[in-house]
Each structure stands twice: as structure tokens, then as C-alpha cells.
Design a protein around this ligand. Structure first.
Ligand SMILES: [Zn+2]
Length: 124
């Protein structure tokens, strides 16, 4: 029944869903004219769902998902980096400036550069 409503139309997609969630969040902003903005956002989301220009709506949704994926991958990358920083210490080779990853908490260790073979002693 629900799906039949959207025959020949774009139907709900991630971008429309995100717009509705955004409107719900903005609803909590204590500003007397906020309802105008949330009304417009929900209106845009509903309009997108019932739009017959499916190709254009899919294009919009795709570029929206591209942005979402970029934010997601940036988030996971920075999370992985901070986890690595907890386990490893990064040293830079003074000779060739190659970055060297050494596990933390091993005391004074001799490190051999993987690129040029330069040896150094560092505290981990
Ligand atoms: Zn080196």
C-alpha cells in the first residue's frame, strides 16, 4: 500500500529522510520562527518523495550520499589514527625523513630505518 503511493515517483530516499531528521532536530531550537524553516524542510522532503523527475532526484541523493561517505571515511580514518597513536609512536628518520612506527612502552630501543637503514636510539 505504502509503496503503491510512490509508483512513478521518486519515493523516500536517504536525502529526504535526512531532511526530515534535520527538521525534527531543528524543532528543538527555541526560536519563534523556526517552524517556518522546519516546515520548508519537511515540504522539500515530501516534494522530493512525490517528484516524478526521478533521474534528477536520484542525482541529488547520490551527491548527498557522496558527502555522507566522505564524512564517514574521514571520521573512521581519524578514529583509526588516534587509536594508532595510543599503541605506536611515530618517529621520523633524521636522514631520509621516512616515518617509522614503533610500539609504545618498550623503553629505549634501537630503531633501524626501513628505507635507508639509518640506526637511532629512541625512547618509546
Ligand atoms: Zn631513513
Amino acid at each position: 500500500m505504502f509503496n503503491r503511493m510512490f509508483i512513478g515517483r521518486n519515493g523516500p530516499d536517504q536525502l529526504s529522510l535526512a531532511l526530515i531528521i534535520l527538521a525534527l532536530i531543528l524543532n528543538f531550537v527555541p526560536w519563534p520562527y523556526m517552524f517556518i524553516i522546519t516546515f520548508c524542510i519537511v515540504g522539500a522532503a515530501v516534494w522530493r518523495m512525490f517528484s516524478r523527475n526521478i533521474a534528477q532526484r536520484q542525482k541529488e541523493n547520490l551527491s548527498f550520499m557522496n558527502v555522507v561517505n566522505k564524512i564517514k571515511s574521514w571520521y573512521y580514518r581519524s578514529k583509526a589514527r588516534s587509536q594508532q597513536r595510543k599503541l605506536y609512536k611515530i618517529f621520523k628518520c633524521p636522514k631520509c625523513s621516512q616515518k617509522l612506527r614503533v610500539p609504545r612502552g618498550k623503553g629505549k630501543v634501537s630503531i633501524k630505518c626501513s628505507k635507508c637503514g639509518h640506526k637511532m636510539i629512541r625512547n618509546t
